[in-house]
Write a new protein. Structure first.
Length: 281
């Protein structure tokens, strides 16, 4: 059922700069996209927010994100793990912190959204690494992490609207899911364009669902397949796929057979254990 015109209008007038990206994480992405940066510049940027820097190091030293050697400073992490990897950790750490709310219903959905986005990120990186696309692994991770950012924006906007005493029913789960279904791609694309995000991530937000995709866009194919895979293991708000994943054109494009798809399922299940889920507000 289409959402009401009133809710759609209220959402359309919400500010685009609602807190769905951390400014330091955004700055790191833009620094890397210019290709004219130094390790010291990246380290100084990350260290501008000591709380975020601590979260980055916490994630960097987890078994799922690092090698065997503990890193103690942001600069050390940049040297050992690579600039793009550390930038991704900054975005992941900041996104985890943003998926929390004082409203119990909203908090529960936000945490489901985070588990989905984080699972997609981990799964996308794994698929890239295991399908001959190692050079795209960090792009795939971030594209998977951000593909549903429109949902985070919508729920933040609805919290703001209902906080003003308007459209209280909009925070009920059933209506929230309808709003996500109709508007999350549109609003996510609007966000990515506003913040001038690189094209590879805009494409993941704009075209991660729907019937057709560009077969030449490997990162997008990865995001679409992993997004569908999350629906088979309870890491998605959406319904299960209507056919086996091995029959998806994305699977054929990437060369994933039934064995690799089964291994992907294990990776997605494991992502729950290292999701750095924010504490309920």
């Amino acid at each position: 059922m289409p959402i009401s015109l009133t809710i759609r209008r209220l959402l359309s007038i919400q500010p685009i700069d609602l807190p769905v990206f951390h400014p330091i994480a955004l700055k790191l992405i833009h620094l890397l996209s210019d290709l004219d940066y130094t390790i010291d510049e990246l380290a100084d940027t990350a260290n501008d927010d000591q709380a975020l820097a601590g979260q980055i190091l916490n994630m960097a030293n987890s078994s799922s994100y690092s090698g065997r050697v503990k890193v103690e400073t942001i600069k050390d992490a940049l040297i050992r793990l690579g600039a793009h990897h550390v930038s991704n950790l900054a975005m992941a750490a900041s996104q985890a912190a943003l998926h929390a709310s004082h409203n119990g219903t909203v908090n529960a959905i936000m945490q489901e959204l985070w588990l989905h986005s984080h699972g997609c990120a981990v799964g996308c990186r794994w698929v890239a690494m295991n399908t001959g696309n190692r050079g795209l692994a960090e792009q795939a991770y971030l594209a998977g992490l951000l593909h549903d950012v429109g949902k985070l924006y919508l729920i933040k906007a609805l919290e703001r609207i209902t906080g003003a005493g308007v459209a209280q029913a909009a925070l009920e789960r059933e209506l929230l899911l309808e709003i996500f279904g109709e508007l999350h791609v549109e609003q996510g694309t609007r966000l990515m364009e506003h913040w001038n995000m690189p094209a590879v991530y805009r494409a993941a937000v704009d075209r991660h669902s729907g019937e057709h995709f560009d077969p030449d866009d490997t990162v997008l194919a990865i995001v679409r397949l992993v997004n569908a895979a999350t629906r088979t293991c309870g890491l998605s708000l959406g319904a299960e796929p209507d056919r086996p994943l091995v029959e998806f054109p994305e699977a054929a494009r990437l060369g994933l057979d039934e064995q690799l798809i089964a291994e992907l399922g294990k990776v997605l299940d494991g992502s729950r254990r290292v999701s750095f889920l924010p504490a309920p507000a």
